[in-house]
Design a protein around this ligand. Sequence first.
Ligand code: BTN
Length: 260
Amino acid sequence: MKDILSPESITCNLETRFIGQRVLYYPSLASTNEVAKEKARRGAVAGTVVVAGEQTAGKGRRQRVWLSPEGSIALSVILYPGLGCLPPLIMLASLAVVRSIEAVTALKPQVKWPNDVLINTRKVSGILIESEVRGDAVDYAVIGIGVNVNLRISDFPEIVPTATSLSDELARDVSRLDLIRRLLVEVETLYLALLSKGPIYEAWRDSLVTLGKEVHVESGDATYDGIAESVARDGSLLLRRPDGGLSRIVAGDVTLRHRV
Ligand code: BTN
């Protein structure tokens, strides 16, 4: 499917108050997060979205590369939240991806802590949140979202073992335009809920595939093995170790021991 992405097609009658009302579209660029951060430093209006047809140097978490060729979604949303809203942005972004994929396709994605979105145990979407904080003040936050939409994963051997795409799952293409527009609506709905102290944490916790599972976690230089028991309100993972103790892990990468 060759869908036409443009600021006009994305914003036309978009049912949001501010997110996605201003869209900067680039057919090809290095990284939407990098451009969004630059725009945020120059005072871009809240809710500005940077969208790329393809990224040539997409960034993943922990300095990894994120592949986003034509056919995928790569976008970054600029926000100016308070400090207390920064940790829940991770929850918000993964929930927004889950809900928009559910709405546009019949698929049922799940979240692997902290914010990988999986379908049938394989990663379909990754989220990279970057922010600049000075003292107690957040200068800006950028929510970067990548979704494998219309990609034949077998064309990308390096991600074959772990990744999937919507088109591979459905055996048909999916409109990137519909998915982007829905994603922006879901991000705004959840962001407004977050500002009015809505139940984002509970919804995110309930969408986690990780809880109750035996996991291996890499966090900085440390590794942990155990059962993912629960998540705290700040988003950290509570891991029951084999010695019976509980570890609280603020950030990291989880491997599920047994694929389900
Ligand atoms: C991860 O799972 O490691 C996070 C991947 C995040 C990728 C998105 S694509 C849009 C935005 N721009 C980037 O360079 N990265 C994020």
